[in-house]
Write a protein that binds this ligand. Structure first.
Ligand code: HEM
Length: 144
């Protein structure tokens, strides 16, 4: 079960990150060039949202199975002192949950926006911010 979840979390990460970058760039281009907001623009943002939510769900389950998360076996003070243990136990999950909340707000606010520019703007800002947060806390040295 653990290995399957680990592979799923690693594989979906590629899809989620690519979709988030494409959706952010698409919204930034749409916003700055005053394009009209089409169904294709909505679908790109929606697919990015779906894959990010799948990643969150797998990550949450993985948190209780992974040997990289040591908060259940070690004193919290020891975990916080070690940069690698702190990344897996605290920084990666916390920052990514915040990022997913921002991305979800961006998608939900675009639905309520009344102009095309406002729709692009909501996705551009929140998705770009969320993507930067996620990229800042990926365990790069262990992943690639
Ligand atoms: C939503 C955006 C997220 C992305 C893009 C992401 C991405 C990644 C990546 C690339 C890895 C390294 C995988 C590997 O070494 O094979 C990883 C590991 C991990 N992630 Fe996430 N993650 C996300 C959210 C979360 C959340 C919300 C949690 C927990 C609440 C979480 C828990 C973990 C754990 C426990 C590991 C270590 C897995 C292991 O090797 O045992 N992730 N994540």
């Amino acid at each position: 079960m653990y290995t399957g979840l680990q592979h799923a979390h690693s594989f979906v990460a590629y899809a989620a990150l690519i979709l988030l970058i494409v959706a952010s760039l698409n919204a930034i281009i749409g916003m700055t060039s005053n394009k009209s907001f089409k169904d294709g623009d909505r679908k790109i943002a929606l697919f990015a949202l779906i894959f990010t939510h799948i990643q969150l769900l797998v990550g949450l389950i993985l948190y209780f199975q992974s040997p990289m998360v040591q908060i259940f076996n070690m004193p919290m003070g020891e975990v916080m002192k070690d940069a690698n243990l702190r990344l897996y136990a605290v920084e990666h999950p916390l920052i990514n949950i915040i990022a997913v909340v921002l991305i979800t707000i961006g998608f939900s606010k675009h639905k309520k926006a009344t102009t095309d520019k406002a729709k692009f703007k909501s996705i551009a800002i929140m998705y770009a911010l969320g993507t930067i947060l996620i990229l800042s806390r990926i365990p790069w040295s262990n992943w690639l």
